[in-house]
Structure formats: C-alpha cells, structure tokens
Design a protein around this ligand. Structure first.
Ligand SMILES: *Cc1c(COP(=O)(O)O)cnc(C)c1O
Length: 376
C-alpha cells in the first residue's frame, strides 16, 4: 500500500509531471519571472472558470484577505464580523488593520457561519462580513447577502478552502463560491484544492472600482509608475507558480470529483456509526472536500488519533482552539462558553486524509482502523 498522508502531493505531481516540468522550464527560458505571460493567462483562465469579471493574482491567501479589506477604506475601530471556527488568517488581517474582529458561532452540521448569529452581532459600527467556506462547502450566501444588503455591509468571501464549489440559489441559478459577495479571496498553498508549489493567492470581484483599487493596493499603492496615492503592499503571484496553476486549473473539477469519491467512501463506512457524525452536505452548495471532518461522540479523541498514528494513518484536528480563545485574540469581550458550537467542535472533530490520489486499498485500511478502534 502507498504510504498514507493527509495530502499526497508527490503522487499528484507524478501524474502531471511532463506538463508541470515543461511549464516551469518555459518560464525559466523566458526569464519572465514577474508578471510574465503565465500570470496573465492564468488570470484569464481563472476568470473564465469562475465566471467572474476580475481576478487579481497575489502572493498568498492571507494577502488576498488583507488587500480586500484595505480596498474598502475602513477606519480603525470599524467592526468586521467573521466566524469563530476558522484558520487564524481570517481574523488576523482584520486585527492587523486595526479593525475589530467580531466573532460569531457556526452551524453544528456544516461548520459554516450562522446567518442568524451574524444578524445578532450587527452594530452601528459593522462594516463588513467575512464568511469562510470551511472545508470545501459554501456558506449560506443567499441569506448572508440579504443581511448585508439590508444593513449596507460589504461581504468578503474567504474561499481559501472551497475553490470550485458551486452555490445554488433558490431561484435555480448557480454561482461559483467566492464570486457571490463583493470580493472573494483564495489561496494556492500547496495543500489547498488548487495548490501551486509554493505560496500563491488571488482575489475575485465583479466590481470594476474595487478591482481597480485592489490592483493599486497589491502594487505598492501605485497609480502611475512611482506615484503612490495610497499605502499599499507588494503582493504578486510568481510566474513559475502561475505556470503550475495553468496545468492544474483544467483538472480542478476532476480533482474535486476524486475528493468527493473518497468522501463517499468514508460516508458509507461511518454514516450509521453511533459514535460519529459524518460531514453534513449542505443542500445549497456542492462540496469540494478540502477536508473530510468527522464529529466524534463520547470518544477519547486523543486515543483514537494515537491509535491511527500507530497504524501509520495521519489524522489532524482542524481546529483545536476557537478564535475567541486564542491567546493573541483573548479579549475582554469574549470568554469560554460564548460560542458553544465552535467550542464543542474544537473538542470533538478530527479530519482524515483527503486528497486526489486516495485509492480503495488505502480508504479500506483507514476506515477499517477507525472502526476497529471505535468498536473495540
Ligand atoms: C489557507 C487559508 C488561508 C490563508 O492562505 P495562505 O495562502 O496560507 O496565506 C486563509 N483562510 C483560510 C480559511 C485558509 O484555509
């Protein structure tokens, strides 16, 4: 059996090696390392794939979120609502810009931000909402956009884990995750669903003015060469990374299908088990399974993970600590017990290997060992 990993980047690379190697070599031969043709063509292809007017490539997903927030012209103390159950980057950029992250709880089934909790958290200082499409499923965007419209708020989608996911509106139409709010942000970190071989990210918008402003922000706040009208940053996608993404973007839907097949296999093994909740599939979104995350019930999670580890099966906890209980974010506003769903998830979830290269033998071995532990 092939060695088990949370993400098997090597096997995936070997399956596309010739094209990847050729793409990288072309960039080196051309020496167009910065903003070369590979970056332009990737931008165009991603705009086409997402059905969005503007894609602005940048250096990573965290920058994408920061640049989005910088373009909105918010003032210190303005409040930005986001989820308490996410990777730290989401709240980090809010805090870095001296905005106030206002956290809200999540839905226990989908793990995504709860629109009712958003509505309760709105104050006269609220300026924006940052839903995170956690683990590969789009948050309830229709409800979120309705709330945002009612209160005149911006919506920035953290789409770092859900690129390729479709969102289905009640009128029957659909859009790609990350293209529904005012701005969408993604990451091309190697283990993400569309990963490059280093750092990379992108911002999406259908708004011409926001696009213009964000293109200025990523380029040192420069409007005309060496004239800087704004305080900006330097955030670019490398040409070499773009060349890799040009090979992988056409495969993204196939990759999502393979992740779904692995998730179906896991679901089949675990869905009736009294000690596990399998991930809920939200009816309004397709699931691209960035992670396959189970909720345990009355299980010694540490012992389970140790058991799996002894069988050379990796398992991870995304995320062990809620944002409101992170040391850097401990705030007189928050205390343990404030977000019971998030806190319960942090104590009970675990994620199994999830990637494009899992085979039946591996999946059988993983599920069997999980069940052995639970049934002992
Ligand atoms: C990965 C990730 C980020 C940050 O992306 P980087 O490219 O690592 O900066 C932000 N938000 C979420 C939800 C992520 O999963």
């Amino acid at each position: 059996m092939k060695k088990l990993q949370m993400v098997d980047l090597r096997s995936q690379y070997l399956s596309i090696k010739d094209e990847i190697d050729r793409g990288i070599q072309e960039v080196i031969d051309s020496c167009a390392f910065i903003n070369g043709p590979a970056v332009q063509s990737f931008q165009k292809s991603l705009e086409g794939y997402l059905g969005v007017k503007h894609v602005i490539p940048c250096a990573n997903g965290t920058d994408a979120l920061q640049v989005a927030m910088m373009a909105l012209n918010l003032k210190p103390g303005d409040e930005v609502i986001t989820t308490s159950f996410t990777f730290i980057a989401t709240a980090e950029v809010i805090a870095l810009l001296q905005l106030t992250p206002v956290l809200v709880d999540v839905d226990p089934g989908t793990f995504n931000i709860d629109p009712k909790a958003i509505e309760r958290a709105i104050t006269p200082k609220t300026r924006a909402i940052v839903p995170v499409h956690l683990f590969g499923q789009t948050a309830p965007m229709e409800e979120i956009m309705e709330i945002a419209g009612k209160h005149n708020l911006y919506v920035i989608e953290d789409n770092c884990q859900a690129i390729g996911s479709d969102y289905f509106f009640t009128d029957g139409s659909k859009k790609k995750s990350g293209t529904i709010g005012h701005i969408g942000c993604t990451s091309f970190f190697p283990s993400k669903n569309l990963g490059c071989y280093g750092d990379g990210g992108a911002i999406f918008t259908n708004d011409d003015n926001l696009a213009k402003q964000m293109r200025v922000v990523v380029n040192h706040g420069m409007t005309v060469r060496y004239y800087h009208d704004y305080v900006g940053v330097n955030s670019r996608l490398d040409s070499i990374q773009a060349a890799i993404l040009n090979v992988k973007l056409p495969l993204l839907d196939e990759y999502a299908a393979r992740r779904r097949a692995a998730a179906d296999f896991y679901d089949m093994a675990f869905s009736n088990h009294p000690k596990l909740n399998t991930p809920v599939r939200y009816a309004r979104s397709s699931h691209v399974f960035h992670q396959y995350t189970l909720v345990t019930k009355n299980v010694d999670r540490k012992a389970l993970i140790e058991h799996l580890s002894s069988k050379e099966i990796p398992a991870m906890i995304y995320y062990p600590v809620p944002l409101h209980l992170q040391k850097a974010y401990l705030n007189p506003r928050y205390k343990p017990g404030d977000f019971p769903v998030t806190e319960h998830l942090c104590e009970t979830v675990f994620s199994l290997p999830m990637h494009t290269e899992l085979d039946q033998e591996q999946l059988t071995y993983i599920t069997q060992n999980v069940l052995d532990f639970l049934n002992q």
